[in-house]
Design a protein around this ligand. Structure first.
Ligand code: ADP
Length: 472
C-alpha cells in the first residue's frame, strides 16, 4: 500500500529537490508504506534561504492574518483527519482509533487553539516610558521525533508562525508522512511561500546541518536526551536559542488513602499508551509497601485489556513498537530488569506468539524494582511498567525525584490536598492530580534532563519571541 507519491521537499511554497532514497516501513508487517526523499544539505540550504527571505514579510503581518492561516490549516486538517490518522497508524503503529483521537486530535487543537489565543498574546505593552515589544525570534529549525509526530510538529509550527517566525521542519525519518501531508495543507491553504518548509532525511546529516545553519535563529527540538544534549552544545557555540523536549521516567505516586484500583488502572493505561513510546509515559508506579500485592494483582488484570495486534484491526489495543532497533533495545532492558532481581508479573522479552511479521513487544510489568535499578532509571520507550514501593508520603516523593528526568507524573491520594502537597514537592513539568486530564493549553516541558522550554498554549508562543524595548 503506497500512501504517498514522492514529490520531494516543500520549499518556498513548492515541491522541489531530490526525490527517492528512503522507504517508510510499516512496523506492523515490515511492508513499505511509501518512498520519500532523502534530502541533502542543498535542500536544507534552500529551505533556510526561503524561510529567511519570507521572515520580514511574515513578521510584518498582523496577528489576525497569521491566526487566519493557522485556522485555515486547522480546518483542513479537521476535514482530512481520517487520512492523517491512517498515515500515522501505518508509519508509527498506533491503533487507528487512538491515532485519530490523539495523534490527529492534539495537533488539531494546537492549530485551533493557537489561532484563537494569538490575539491575546502580549506582543506589545507599556512599561513606564518604554514600549516593550515581543517580536519573532526569527527563522526556526524544528526537529521532531516519530512517537507523536504530528503533535510534536504542530506544537512547534503553530506557535512559531503565530509569533511571526518562519519555520524549516526536519521531521523524524521513521514517520515523515504526516509532515508531508501537512505541507500539502499549507500549500492548499495558500499560505505565504517560505513561512513553512519541510525537508526530509537523516537526522545526523541534514538535521545537524539545519540546526547549525548560521541563518537559523532558534532550534526547537523534541527527541532523545543524547541528541538534545549534542544540539545544545552546538547551539551554545553560536549563542543560538534552543528549546528541548527530551526523555522522561515519570512516576505515578499512589499514597496510602488513594483509590488503588483507579490509580493502578490509569497508570497501566498511561504506561502502555502508544506501546509505551510516550515521553511523558508513567513508567514507574510507586505504591505503599502494605498495598503492593493488591496493586500487582490490579496491574496484572488491567494488562489483559491490552490486546496486541495489527493497529488497523479495531480489536487491537496495543500495536507494534516503531522499529527493529527499538524492539531490541526494549528486550534488552526487560532482560536487564530480570537480571537485576525484578519480579516479572506479566509479559517478558520473548516474542508474542503469532505476530512474527511486526515489531511486537508483550505488555510487561515488573514488581520489586529497586529505585536505583536500571528499569527505574532508564527510559525504555516500550510497554514496560516498573512497580516500586514506598514507606510513606516522604519516601514516595523522594523515590519519584530519584531520577535524572523531570517531565511528568501523577499523584493519587484520598484528598486533593494531600495529593497536591506531594505534587508540589515533585520536580517535574506537569503532574496529574487524582487522574486530572491532559490540558492542551497548559505548558508542557521538562525539568532536569527532560529539557527546557515549554510548549502549548500561551507559553508555547512565548518560546518563539525575542524582547525589545523602545524608550520614549
Ligand atoms: P528518537 O530516538 O526519538 O528518534 P532522536 O533524538 O534520535 O530521537 O531523533 C529525534 C529527531 O532528531 C529526528 O528527527 C532525528 O532525525 C533527529 N536527529 C537525530 N540525530 C540528529 C543529529 N545528530 N542532529 C540533528 N538532528 C538529529
Amino acid at each position: 500500500m503506497n500512501i504517498w507519491n514522492d514529490k520531494g521537499h516543500f520549499i518556498n511554497g513548492v515541491w522541489t529537490g531530490a526525490m527517492g532514497g528512503t522507504s517508510v516501513e510499516n512496523p506492523a508487517d515490515r511492508s513499505t508504506v511509501a518512498t520519500i526523499s532523502a534530502g541533502t544539505t542543498t535542500e536544507v540550504n534552500a529551505a533556510v534561504a526561503a524561510a529567511k527571505a519570507a521572515l520580514a514579510g511574515w513578521m510584518a503581518t498582523s496577528v489576525a492574518e497569521r491566526a487566519a492561516v493557522l485556522a485555515k490549516v486547522g480546518a483542513m486538517l479537521e476535514e482530512r483527519q481520517d487520512d492523517f490518522a491512517k498515515a500515522i497508524t501505518l508509519e508509527v503503529g498506533m491503533p487507528l482509533k487512538l491515532a485519530k483521537m490523539i495523534q490527529v486530535g492534539l495537533p488539531l487543537q494546537s492549530f485551533q487553539n493557537t489561532a484563537r489565543i494569538a490575539d491575546a498574546f502580549p506582543f506589545e505593552r507599556k512599561v513606564g516610558n518604554s514600549t516593550v515589544i515581543q517580536e519573532a525570534v526569527g527563522v526556526v529549525a524544528a526537529i521532531t521525533p516519530w512517537n507523536y509526530p504530528l503533535h510534536q510538529i504542530a506544537a512547534k509550527v503553530a506557535p512559531a508562525l503565530a509569533a511571526g517566525c518562519t519555520v524549516v521542519l526536519k521531521p523524524a525519518d521513521l514517520a515523515p508522512l504526516n509532515a508531508l501531508l501537512l505541507a500539502d495543507l499549507f500549500e492548499a491553504a495558500g499560505a505565504p511561500a517560505g513561512i513553512f518548509n519541510v525537508v526530509t532525511g537523516p537526522g545526523a546529516k541534514i538535521g545537524l546541518h539545519l540546526a547549525t545553519h548560521p541563518d537559523v535563529d532558534m532550534i526547537s527540538f523534541t527527541g532523545s536526551t543524547k541528541t538534545g544534549a549534542m544540539l545544545a552544545r552546538e547551539a551554545a557555540s553560536q549563542i543560538k536559542r534552543i528549546s528541548l523536549e527530551l526523555g522522561g521516567k515519570s512516576a505515578a505516586v499512589v499514597l496510602e488513602d488513594a483509590d488503588l484500583a483507579k490509580a493502578v488502572k490509569a497508570t497501566v493505561n498511561a504506561c502502555f499508551l502508544n506501546s509505551g513510546q510516550t515521553c511523558s509515559a508513567l513508567t514507574r508506579l510507586i505504591v505503599p509497601q502494605a498495598r503492593k500485592d493488591e496493586a500487582v494483582e490490579i496491574a496484572r488484570e488491567a494488562t489483559r485489556a491490552f490486546v496486541l495486534g495489527n493497529p488497523l484491526d479495531p480489536a487491537t489495543r496495543l500495536g507494534p513498537v516503531i522499529s527493529h532497533k527499538q524492539r531490541e533495545g526494549i528486550r534488552h532492558l526487560i532482560q536487564t530488569a530480570q537480571n537485576e532481581g525484578g519480579t516479572l508479573v506479566t509479559g517478558g522479552a520473548d516474542a508474542p506468539e503469532g505476530l512474527d511479521g511486526g515489531y511486537y513487544v508483550k505488555p510487561t510489568i515488573f514488581a520489586d524494582v529497586s529505585p536505583d535499578a536500571t528499569l527505574a532509571q532508564e527510559e525504555v520507550f516500550g510497554p514496560v511498567l516498573a512497580i516500586l514501593t514506598a514507606r510513606d508520603d516522604d519516601d514516595a516523593v523522594a523515590i519519584a525525584n530519584n531520577s535524572r528526568y523531570g517531565l511528568s507524573g501523577s499523584v493519587w491520594a484520598g484528598s486533593e490536598e494531600r495529593a497536591t502537597a506531594a505534587a508540589r514537592r515533585i520536580r517535574t513539568g506537569q503532574i496529574e492530580i487524582n487522574g486530572g486530564r491532559f490540558n492542551a493549553l497548559a505548558p508542557f516541558g521538562g525539568f532536569k534532563q527532560s529539557g527546557y522550554g515549554r510548549e502549548l498554549g500561551e507559553f508555547g508562543i512565548e518560546e518563539f519571541v525575542e524582547t525589545k524595548s523602545l524608550q520614549f
